[in-house]
Design a protein around this ligand. Structure first.
Ligand code: TRP
Length: 332
């Protein structure tokens, strides 16, 4: 039976920010690259991005963002021989599996999902797509029998729903048709944004390492601090600049900065410059690769098309197998 060690997706809602990079991209690339041929799946979840198609995301932005996301994964060294790397909508068989799941999963249970409950409270009009979002995500995962799913904390309930669906069908059929996936959370990887909340595109508090030097500097300069003067001693435990620096700098550099905070005579402006310079230094090769991929869209198209071709082959076989077991054979 086809199985994948790891699978993850990122929505094409914008260029991946530092939170996405540290929390999902770096750990996923490291797992994917360690393993053998096509043993992982990484995809750009453009279908999931369409849930707010009427508002922030029109199709042109989604399309542009697909390139940004693809370039970011490749810039971080994803080895596409080890990994199926594709655009979700290019393997549209997944929507058929999602439909089967839709027909079984209890409406009442899906209505309890946190993300849905929050949206429906805040917005007058939400789409059915937003409601069934977790079902499509379950299909993404179960179509390939993926075991490990690197995601952010906000996605844990979706993995739970996926496990529930897998379990339900395994029991019904009396056979292990679906592997039960596990979420893979980066420990201690709470990346705060410039305002001290969790870094998130919707909160407009992101640090985007793939923006120009000027914009990146502006983002870092906007990190919120208290109003202590240069002279005063500062608390490294509660400061946001220090928190971000600690996620990326080596231990000795972190210690030096901590001492400067505690001693006084070191201003937040200097700390911000240190953070900015360290980011530029640490990610210089990734930034260079990113910009060169972005300039070469036909190469990105080619990479995604060849990933989709391989993924479609596997997905088709798997879906036929699933259809047979579910005794759903509308097509074959
Ligand atoms: N919902 C995920 C997010 O917003 C993206 C996603 C879609 C995904 N399908 C997935 C992640 C399957 C992991 C596995 O972050």
């Amino acid at each position: 039976m086809e199985e994948k060690i790891m699978l993850t997706g990122i929505r094409s809602t914008g260029t991946p920010h530092l939170g996405n990079i540290l929390g999902v991209i770096i750990p996923s690339v490291s797992i994917a690259n360690k393993n053998t041929k096509h043993s992982s799946c990484i995809f750009i979840a453009d279908l999931h991005s369409m849930i707010q198609i009427e508002k922030e995301n029109n199709m042109i932005t989604i399309k542009n963002n697909i390139y940004q996301i693809a370039a970011a994964w490749l810039a971080f060294g994803l080895n596409i021989d080890n990994c199926l790397f594709y655009r979700q909508s290019d393997v549209s068989l997944v929507t058929e599996l999602a439909w089967y799941f839709n027909c079984f999963y209890p409406y009442q249970r899906l209505a309890l999902a946190h993300a849905f409950k929050k949206e429906i409270k805040n917005k007058k009009k939400i789409s059915v797509g937003l409601f069934t979002y977790p079902i499509l995500m379950a299909a993404d995962i179960l179509l390939y029998n993926a075991k490990l799913i690197p995601v952010g904390k906000d996605q844990l309930q979706h993995i739970e729903i996926t496990r529930r669906i897998a379990n339900y069908f395994n029991k019904k059929i009396g056979k292990k048709l679906f592997v039960l996936p596990n979420a893979f959370l980066q420990k201690n990887m709470f990346v705060i944004g410039t305002d001290g909340n969790k870094m998130s595109k919707s909160k407009k508090n992101c640090i985007n390492i793939f923006s120009s030097d000027e914009i990146l500097k502006k983002q870092i300069m906007s990190i919120r601090t208290d109003s202590k003067s240069v002279k005063e001693k500062k608390n490294p435990e509660t400061d946001y600049i220090m928190s971000l620096y600690s996620l990326i700098a080596p231990v000795d550099k972190i210690e030096i900065m901590k001492k400067r905070y505690l001693k006084g005579g070191y201003g937040y402006y200097e700390a911000k410059i240190a953070l900015y310079e360290y980011i530029i230094h640490k990610f210089s090769s990734e930034r260079e690769k990113f910009f060169s991929f972005i300039k070469n869209k036909s190469l990105l198209d080619h990479i995604l098309a060849s990933g989709a071709k391989k993924a479609n082959r596997i997905a088709y076989e798997r879906l036929n197998f699933i259809r047979k077991h579910l005794k759903f054979n509308p097509i074959i």
